[in-house]
Design a binder for this molecule. Sequence first.
Ligand code: KG4
Ligand code: ZN
Length: 341
Amino acid sequence: MLVLGIETSCDECAAAVVEDGTAIRSNVVATQIPFHARWGGVVPEIASRTHTEWIDATVREALDGAGLAAGDVDAVAATAEPGLLGSLLVGLTFGKAFAWTRGIPFVPVNHLHAHLYAARLGTGRSDGSKDSPFAGSPPYPYLGLLVSGGHSMVCRVDDFDQITTLGTTLDDAAGEAFDKVGKHYGLPYPAGKYVDEMAKAGNEDAFRFPMPNLHKNGRPSDMSFSGLKNAVINQRETFRQRTRSAKEAENAGETADVIASFQKAAVKILLRALFRAVDDTGITTVVAGGGVAANSYLRARLAERADIHAVFPPPELCGDNGAMVAGFAYHKLRGGSGAAL
Ligand code: KG4
Ligand code: ZN
């Protein structure tokens, strides 16, 4: 079954064709980052307007890339929630119209569920076999670690769409903290991948930043990033008070040290929440998803736990894309829950 997946929940205009839930036939991601970079964050109005202008060409490219005509697609899926309302509407409306004019099913997809599905996608080899890390049956239940620019969540996954939240961030998302810290230290938007790179040159033990203490009233796997974010941003003021400019601090390698120490603390917060869930549930398979799952430090720290089987999507499938939407929708259709228009 060939499913066209459309993703327009934020600033990526994306479309893909996926066969039988795992084999990616095409995957087009048109990023709007240059349009938002000068504002230091996504401007919803610019995002929705740009999606409107790009969606047709993006879907065409996805079909061409898969060597298909519009009539060859068996179903259409689009991200329905959560996300920027105006942006979501573009992909949803386009997808519904595409499906309706061809008399094929349309499937609305939850963006977070789709991110958690991304690790199950493969490229599909010419011999018909799939090269997903999960090739064969996924070992349900597993724990999900969803870390993106808008969400941070630890959850229990009992089936592709049976997802129980065990903990979330109480304030900023992990990616948001990476982006805001990076911005204050002069890194381009979105800063996550630049923080990841710069941290490699720094000393992660140079600064000790505070860890949140939350679980008295909340769930053991809840997390918080705003205290850490503010402490790291305030560190810049400390540099200034030492009458040294940011440039001097940078030359002295202090920026890289701050960034590396921040990344260490942020990953520690994420992993502490995750390891509590491992202890509480006894589940030792973890599937990650979302833009921050591309982080090399997170991957390395998690790999140190020999008792945990961690599955990450390839970095290019961690961020927003249409393939995860199409792949997830295939299972919804097989389960008979393809929504009527
Ligand atoms: O999943 P995503 O593409 O969009 C949302 O659904 O939010 O995630 C984007 C987030 C941004 O905050 C970006 O800075 C972050 O993922 N990110 C990273 C890395 N690559 C992207 N954060 C840390 N390390 C990375 N290598
Ligand atoms: Zn996302």
